[in-house]
Design a protein around this ligand. Structure first.
Ligand code: PSU
Ligand code: MN
Length: 329
């Protein structure tokens, strides 16, 4: 056992923090000390705040998610670009900054990997998507990242080629992303195929099926299953140890009591998809449009379910981050 622990500590250590200073990445003192003392850190994205939910639910949910992470022994690190400066856990620096972003909503640039240089060069404000958040989390040596849902292959993606950069990021960035799976606004079987092509380890938590965000069932079997946070940590440890340098996707099904409330979501998704097509919505506006319309069409039910599943993911993700660090001691 002692031998095992020493092997792990060599492989799960964080990069030196001076490296972040050299890059001009602002890191909250709490995250800085957690990273250097081996306390668990959970990265959180900011597009879910700006584009994923309306104000004030986005502001309240972001704070609740942070509290859940803390209550489970880890330090939350919300990532965004503010005035051209990449910030890790900027909430720790100022709650007012979070509220500013929550209120600005879609006025803030949705920032995926490709947008990072532009937002920084223009000294702009950027809400980071899963791809950009993974990128910065990995620079800081953060191993676990919690969100609601990731982007994927869109329906008709075979002709539009609308495939989220979240999937290619997962292929090349060693961060474990804890989410509630992929929404059926997307083509779930093709998304799983693409993740396989990218070499992403896809794990379902306590279920055989890959979850479909609002429902635990997608009809697609997940390639791997883990039944505890320790098993998730084992998988992250093995990937890290062998330097695979690709990501891990952990799909946590929405808790049953909240899935029931989201039952009418599928028909709303169908209507929203038709609307997006007839209105010619394309590119990176598609996902925010669909999220907003589905929420309107379900009279807020989808938002309520979304909030619950994000909180549940925060609980599981924080426990995974904590399980990883106890192996270091
Ligand atoms: N799915 C959700 N909520 C979200 C997003 C996706 O249920 O907020 C956001 C995430 O930031 C994700 C991004 O990384 O949308 C994907 O956008 P696109 O499909 O344009 O790649
Ligand atoms: Mn896209």
């Amino acid at each position: 056992m002692a031998c095992r622990i020493s092997v792990i500590s060599r492989h799960i250590s964080s990069p030196p923090l001076e490296h972040l200073d050299d890059l001009g990445i602002r890191v909250a003192p709490e995250v800085r000390s957690a990273l250097s003392s081996g306390v668990g850190v959970v990265a959180l994205e900011s597009t879910i705040v700006s584009h994923g939910m309306p104000y004030p639910q986005n502001f309240h949910t972001a704070q609740e998610v942070e509290s859940i992470v803390r209550a489970n022994g880890a330090v939350p690190a919300t990532i965004a670009i503010l005035d051209g400066v990449p910030c890790i856990a900027w909430i720790g620096l100022s709650l007012a900054e979070l509220e500013r972003l929550a209120k600005l909503g879609t006025m803030v640039s949705k920032t995926a990997r490709r947008d990072i240089p532009y937002v920084i060069a223009r000294r702009g404000n950027g809400a980071t998507t899963v791809s950009a958040t993974m990128f910065f989390a990995s620079k800081a040596g953060i191993k676990v990242f919690v969100t609601g849902g990731i982007g994927g292959v869109h329906r008709q993606g075979e002709s539009t080629m609308d495939v989220s950069s979240d999937l290619t990021e997962l292929g090349k960035t060693p961060v474990a992303v804890v989410c509630a799976g992929v929404k059926s606004i997307l083509d779930i079987p093709r998304t799983l195929e693409y993740l396989e092509t990218q070499g992403v380890t896809v794990v379902s938590y306590s279920t055989d099926e890959f979850p479909a965000f609002f429902t635990p069932n997608s009809g697609c079997k997940a390639p791997c299953r883990a039944d505890s946070v320790e098993e998730c940590a084992d998988i992250i440890e093995a990937s890290t140890k062998f330097g695979l340098s690709s990501g891990i996707l952990i799909g946590v099904p929405i808790p049953a009591e909240h899935a029931a409330a989201a039952k009418n979501v599928e028909s709303a998704i169908q209507s929203a998809l038709h609307e997006a097509e007839s209105r010619g919505i394309a590119g990176n506006s598609v996902t925010p449009f669909l999220l907003k319309r589905v929420n309107e069409l379900t009279g807020g039910d989808s938002l309520a379910a979304n909030i619950q599943l994000v909180k549940n993911n925060a609980l599981v993700g924080a426990k995974i981050a904590t399980a990883l660090t106890t192996r270091l001691s």
